[in-house]
Design a protein. Structure first.
Length: 172
């Protein structure tokens, strides 16, 4: 879809949905692999840490770039953006716990990976709700009114190029 703000060929809302789908897929994949004892704990912990970093970077791009551009174009969305930023705070607190648990698991094989699994279950539920709300309330503003001051690369890339169980030398 073309936009009045440049020559992009895919609407921002569609790109946002795709980024969210990839983040959803990755957290579910990591959660499913928690019980796979054929993967070493440090591999799973690495993927948890990589996921935490990617989701944090996605939200940082929204908070520091996308939302600012949305608000310049649509100041009426300020309460909605405030709610989304608040959600990011909740998600960050869960990511901090996952990060801590994953770091311990990487340093101490056999650590309680089920604790990470429980945190990922909660994170998945909050992410789904948050992403659905964000997509619903910002789609029109993103596609019609919002310019890209440089935030799209951070917001739309997943930052997750590897998969659990994949050897580093097999990644491209």
């Amino acid at each position: 879809m073309a936009s009045p703000h440049g020559d992009r060929t895919v609407a921002f809302s569609l790109q946002l949905q795709r980024a969210h789908q990839e983040l959803r897929r990755r957290v579910r994949e990591i959660r499913a692999n928690i019980g796979d004892r054929t993967l070493p704990d440090d591999v799973l912990a690495h993927h948890c840490l990589a996921f935490c970093s990617a989701l944090t970077e996605h939200h940082r791009g929204e908070d520091e770039g996308m939302f600012a551009d949305v608000l310049r174009a649509r100041p009426d969305l300020a309460p909605t953006v405030a709610k989304l930023v608040e959600d990011h705070g909740w998600i960050t607190s869960i990511l901090t716990r996952v990060d801590s648990l994953a770091t311990r698991a990487a340093q101490s094989p056999g650590a309680d990976l089920e604790a990470i699994g429980r945190e990922l279950d909660g994170l998945t539920a909050i992410m789904d709700s948050h992403f659905n709300f964000e997509e619903r309330v910002l789609s029109a503003a993103l596609d019609r009114d919002t310019a890209d001051s440089g935030w799209s690369g951070t917001v739309f890339r997943s930052g997750l190029s590897d998969r659990p169980g994949q050897r580093a030398e097999d990644r491209t």
